[in-house]
Design a protein around this ligand. Structure first.
Ligand SMILES: [Zn+2]
Length: 467
């Protein structure tokens, strides 16, 4: 062993010990944050989000290494209303060292009904090797992973390090990041960094780390199909005029080919290599019921990571209980589309809109409103920061990481790339395939949490050594 190798393994052991010693405190901090029901949606009390921002700021101040720690808000785009509070902490780089910005979000999704949970959503509960609770994984574990990693890092290298360090803990990621771009431009200088770590994604499994290198974009909107000015008796005109349900069902059916793949001209696919993942794993993880086949073509992960998907996620029509023998005049549906990384969400929306208008059956009137969209993202994996974080993952987990895509979207990443084109963006995470983010019984795997903290502590130490 050369002497640099032995220094490196000494450093790794010291970080390992520090993360181990600090782990109970990390779990306690996380539990405290989970008890604050910081749902950022409009219909929920914003005081909880404010309380959660203050609690995070408190933990960050206690670290004692930031020059500035502030809780602040920016205006929502196209509005003078303020968004939810974010925590921003900064410490300038010295001696020509790089700056790293650590991102996570402290707001959470609504919990849904308590009965759907095995333990209460805002009562953090350990069962087996998992901690259950809304936000226990997404993304309060990301927040605390940053804090615990910085603690272990300081413990190991001391407070006098030269690495530039910034923390940005957002308060409205789950509600569309509506003040994000304004926040970025108002705090541009404080946020500028060579490397940005976004700890809000997944791992391959509980034993294998992953770096997320591709994310799909998304487009959602409300589609209303109208065929009649008012309802009428189905016995009177049925068979001679189309009801809106007939037109809607036929129109929606044109969105997919026979094999279930998307059939909208102008939507593109990306070319990616995917790890092995077989049909039986898909069946189990997605809970396909007996006899139902998968849809689409090509490798299974390729379908999820790099091809478009279109889903109807809601419908406004008379309920079955209220169904009378009536021709329905208009039907509204919510359409949620996932866009392949590399395609602009705007361009994708235009393609879908063009398709719907061109395929409206019987000349039905098509109205599209309430459009929301976010761009996808693909990482240039040739940057030095990718190599650094992959080494840190391998050191911390004892297993080489998988470079993976994600079928979901984190639209603000595209905003980050636009404002900070020079920064290298590393999308990491504390989740695993069983975390059930956004769903009842969301949970964090404590072993994954431990290894995610160690990964980040190792990454900080490695970046400190960079000239
Ligand atoms: Zn999240």
């Amino acid at each position: 062993m050369t002497s640099t190798q032995s220094t490196r393994s000494d450093l790794l052991q010291a970080l390992r010990d520090a993360v181990q010693a600090g782990f109970p405190a990390a779990v306690a901090d996380l539990s405290r944050l989970v008890r604050i029901p910081s749902v950022s949606w409009d219909a929920f009390d914003p005081r909880h989000v404010a309380e959660s921002a203050d609690a995070v700021a408190g933990l960050v101040r206690e670290l004692g290494v930031f020059e500035e720690v502030a809780v602040s808000r920016a205006a929502i785009r196209d509005s003078d209303q303020l968004g939810q509070p974010a925590v921003l902490a900064t410490r300038r780089a010295r001696g020509g060292k790089p700056t790293i910005l650590l991102y996570a979000h402290h707001d959470v999704q609504p919990p849904g009904a308590d009965e759907d949970w095995d333990s209460l959503p805002f009562e953090p509960t350990a069962r087996g090797d998992r901690l259950y609770g809304r936000g226990a994984a997404d993304d309060k574990a990301g927040v605390v992973a940053h804090i615990a990693a910085i603690r272990a890092f300081i413990e190991t290298v001391g407070e006098d390090f030269e690495l530039g360090l910034a923390l940005f803990i957002e308060g409205e990621e789950e509600f569309g990041s509506n003040s994000f771009t304004n926040f970025l431009s108002e705090h541009r200088e404080q946020l500028a960094a060579d490397v940005i770590v976004v700890a809000d994604s997944d791992n391959w499994d509980t034993e294998t780390p992953a770096l997320t290198v591709g994310l799909r974009g998304n487009v959602t909107f409300k589609l209303t199909v109208r065929t009649l000015a008012h309802a009428s008796h189905s016995g009177m005109f049925g068979g001679a005029v189309p009801d809106a349900m007939l037109a809607t069902v036929r129109l929606l059916a044109t969105l997919h080919a026979e094999d279930g793949s998307v059939a909208v001209a102008g939507l593109t696919s990306a070319e990616v290599e995917t790890p092995d993942y077989d049909e039986s794993r898909l069946r189990e993880e997605a809970a396909l019921v007996d006899g139902v086949t998968s849809i689409g073509s090509g490798s299974i992960l390729g379908r999820i990571w790099s091809k478009p998907a279109i889903t109807v996620t809601g419908i406004d029509a008379p309920s079955v209980a209220n169904a009378s023998n009536t021709l329905i005049p208009a039907v509204s549906v919510r359409i949620s589309a996932r866009i392949a990384p590399g395609q602009d969400a705007d361009e994708a929306f235009v393609a879908i809109e063009r398709h719907l208008r061109a395929h409206a059956p019987f000349g039905a009137q098509v109205e599209i409103s309430d459009v929301n969209q976010g761009n996808g993202f693909s990482v240039d994996t040739s940057g030095w920061a990718v190599a650094e974080v992959e080494t840190a993952m391998a050191d911390a987990w004892g297993v080489a990481p998988v470079e993976m895509g994600i079928g979901g979207s984190i639209p603000f990443i595209a905003d980050l790339v636009q404002l900070f084109p020079e920064a290298q963006i590393l999308v990491t995470g504390v989740e695993d395939p069983d975390s059930r983010a956004h769903s009842p019984n969301e949970s964090l795997h404590l072993g994954v949490f431990h290894r995610a903290i160690l990964t980040e502590a190792v990454l900080l130490a490695r970046l400190t050594e960079r000239a």
